[in-house]
Structures are given as C-alpha cells and as structure tokens.
Design a protein around this ligand. Structure first.
Ligand code: FMN
Ligand code: EPS
Length: 367
C-alpha cells in the first residue's frame, strides 16, 4: 500500500485506524513559511470524530504532534513529520469481518489483494481515520496558500436521498468574515435552515440503523490566471486525483460539471468583458478552469460522498472461510453520515493539489 501524493510537495500518509498512531510526512515545503499550530489544531478539530450524534461515537482528541521540520513557528525546509495517537480503539468489533466482509467497505477486495494480511481492525489503512493526517498536511498547505492570498472554503452543498440543498458558493464571493464563519461552523452550511434539515435527515437515518451521503462544494479564491497544463496535468486532474484518495468519495466534478451536459453552448459559455483593464468572465460555469489552466475566476469543484457502508441493519454477505452465504450485523461505532466531517478534508485536498502545482510551476522555489 503506497499512500503518496504530489510531485513538488510530496506527502506520504501512514498508519492504520487501530495502530498506535497515524501520521504524515511532507517533503518539499519551502523554508520560512509561518505556521500557526493553534490554527492547524482548530482545522483538525473540524474533522475529529465523536463530537455529536451526527458522527461516530469514537472519541479521539486528534492532537497533532509535529516531530520535525518546524522551528519557532516557521517551516525549516527539512521534511515535516507529524503523528496523531489513536487513543480509543475497540478492535474486537472487527473480529468477524475478516471472515464475513461488510458490503460497501474495502474488507473483501483488500483480503484478496493482500492475501488476508491486511489489518481489518477499524478498517486498517482503508479507514476514513487516515483523513486526519491528510488534514495535517492540508492544514499546513492552507496556511502556506493564505500567505499568497489564496483562500479555500467548502460547505455541504446537498445531503440525503431527497436532496436538501444549501445555497451554492459558486454564485458568491465570500468575504473574510463569511469565510471564517463557515469554517468555524460545526455543521458547515451557508443557510441555517438547510443545516437544520440536514441534521434531522442524518439523525433519522441513524434511528433507522441506516446512513446517508451527500455532496460537498469546495471553492479556491485568489488563484491567478495561467496556472496548470493541458491534458493529463490539468488542475481538474490534479484535484480529482487527490480527492479520490478520500475514502467514500465516488464522484468529482468542476463548475457546472455533469449538469453542463444538459445546457446549450450559449448557456454554458462564460462571456468575457473588460473590467478596469482586467479580463472578467461574467459567469463561472467553467469552475475557473479551461484547458486544465486557471482562468482567474474561483476554482469551483464538488465531490459526491456515498452513504457510510457500515450500517446497523442486517445485511447479506458471505462467510469467506466456510464458502457459504451469511448474514451480517456490523458492530462498532460508525458515522451515520460522513459528509459533515469530510468538509475540511475537501479543503485539505484542494490546498495540497494547488500548492503542489504552484511549487512545481516555480521550480520548487520559495513561496
Ligand atoms: C471522515 C470519514 C469517516 C468515515 N467513517 C466511516 C465509518 O464510520 N464507517 C464506515 O463504514 N465507513 C466510514 N468511512 C468510509 C470508508 O472508510 C470507505 O467507504 C471505505 O474505506 C471504502 O472505500 P470507498 O468507499 O472509497 O470505496 C469514512 C470516510 C471518511 C472520509
Ligand atoms: C475514527 C474515525 O472514524 C472511523 C472511520 C471508520 C471507517 O471505516 O472509515 C470506521 C470507524 O472506526 P472505529 O470502528 O474504529 O470507531 C470510525 O469511527 C475518524 O475518522 O477519525
């Protein structure tokens, strides 16, 4: 299992959900980037488990311990390594799953791929818990990008089988106040009414021993025009590659995305106008990217998160040792919906993909 990303900024994620620790290493971060460790911890807290009834009851402090690469509040230019200790594991909940795999989780294909040697406890290296160290690396990248005037925000765009929509971010440029209100919100939505309805939808699913999914919209403001490459190294390719590393993400689209297929060219094209000497597209169906290259408009993308596979209902499975059908009731503590906790993870992957691109385009030089 190799969980590495980036070319100029190379990040490796290691650990397993019930191992003593999970962590990351970050190679290629330039020296002298100011790093506020409280801000980083606040970012990790937005993802951490066990905070209310809409999330798993596994309580973890998720304290990031930076081992090296940061001195006196600045990056040193040396590789950064950080860990989070796993403090609340209950591995016996997973004993049966080695034999009887959960529908929708990685148990069965992982057993075939790794000849049964993979760690099943807590989902092992396949666990959503690995997004905690991903958020350490992403949190560092977010602070580095903020130094360059690039701000990233995400929210729950839509949730549940009936589709409860929040106000789309693509139609608005958030000011600093709105950005910090969204990022300090326990349930990140623009519209309070939508947040309330979404919360109820998750609690209903939990009561029904079931789960729900949804869509997260993420926007990067302040990305200058002209970054990126055509074909295989475009901004879309780079963000999608990292976003699909988040467990449970099954779809990624940009700007109008799949709905562009149902528009005419006259509706989908973003007309140009001059504004105080600058080229200003009047709409942003392109999501800030044309030909893989940034247009100067906000980069707008969405990711679809499936309903949590581990649900409390009896499900059909198989006993792989006995070679027969078997019913399964999954035990343990699970998120009835992954979406709220995955919002900061979307911001993290967006920051990592964009910072890697920027460092690559400046020949790995200082920010
Ligand atoms: C933040 C986060 C929390 C998650 N929590 C759970 C959980 O409690 N139970 C579960 O079965 N899956 C959970 N998942 C999803 C599984 O890890 C994921 O569905 C599984 O590894 C299979 O991968 P795939 O869905 O990408 O194919 C979570 C994912 C994330 C990102
Ligand atoms: C602990 C986290 O989420 C976990 C993600 C997860 C999974 O299968 O992805 C399964 C559960 O693990 P456990 O059975 O050990 O409680 C979740 O609690 C976390 O995200 O930090």
């Amino acid at each position: 299992m190799s969980s590495m990303l980036g070319t100029a900024l190379r990040v490796s994620i290691f650990g397993e959900s019930h191992a003593p620790a999970i962590g990351c290493s970050i190679d290629g971060m330039p020296a002298g980037v100011p790093l506020d460790l409280d801000e980083l911890q606040n970012f990790l807290d937005r993802r951490s488990p066990g905070r209310d009834a809409t999330a798993t009851t596994r309580r973890e402090a998720d304290r990031a311990r930076i081992l090296c690469g940061v001195v006196d509040g600045h990056t040193t230019g040396a590789p950064i390594a950080a860990i989070i200790e796993n403090e609340n594991t209950r591995s016996q909940d997973y004993d049966e799953l080695r034999r009887v795999p959960r529908p929708g989780h990685a148990d069965y294909p992982a057993r075939i791929r790794y000849n049964g040697f993979n760690d099943v406890a807590g989902g092992g290296h396949f666990s959503g818990r690995l997004t905690a160290p991903l958020c350490i690396a992403g949190g560092v990248a977010l602070q580095a990008l903020a130094q360059r005037g690039i701000r990233i925000a995400a929210h729950i765009a839509n949730l549940g089988p009936q589709g409860i929509p929040d106000t789309p971010l693509n139609h608005m440029e958030l000011d600093e106040d709105q950005l910090s209100r969204l990022s300090s919100h326990g349930f990140p939505c623009i519209d309070e009414g939508a947040a309330k309805a979404m919360r109820e939808c998750i609690l209903d699913a939990r009561n029904d021993l079931d789960s729900v999914g949804g869509v997260i919209e993420c926007v990067a403001y302040g990305v200058p025009a002209g970054l990126g490459d055509p074909m295989f190294d475009g901004i879309e390719n780079r963000i999608a590659r990292v976003a699909f590393g988040i467990p449970a993400v099954k779809g990624v689209d940009f700007g109008a995305g799949f709905s562009a297929a149902y528009l005419r060219g006259s509706q989908n094209n973003d007309p140009y106008r001059m504004d105080h000497g600058n080229v200003a597209p009047q709409t942003n169906n392109a999501g800030g990217i044309l030909g893989g290259i940034s247009t100067g408009m906000p980069i707008v993308w969405q990711m679809a998160v499936k309903p949590t596979p581990s649900i409390g209902r009896k499900q059909q499975s198989v006993d792989l040792d006995a070679g027969c059908d078997a019913d399964l009731v999954v035990r343990g503590r699970h998120d009835p919906c992954i979406v709220p906790r995955a919002v900061p993870v979307a911001e993290a992957v967006c920051a990592l993909a964009l910072l890697d691109l920027i460092l690559e385009s400046q020949g790995h030089r200082a920010l």
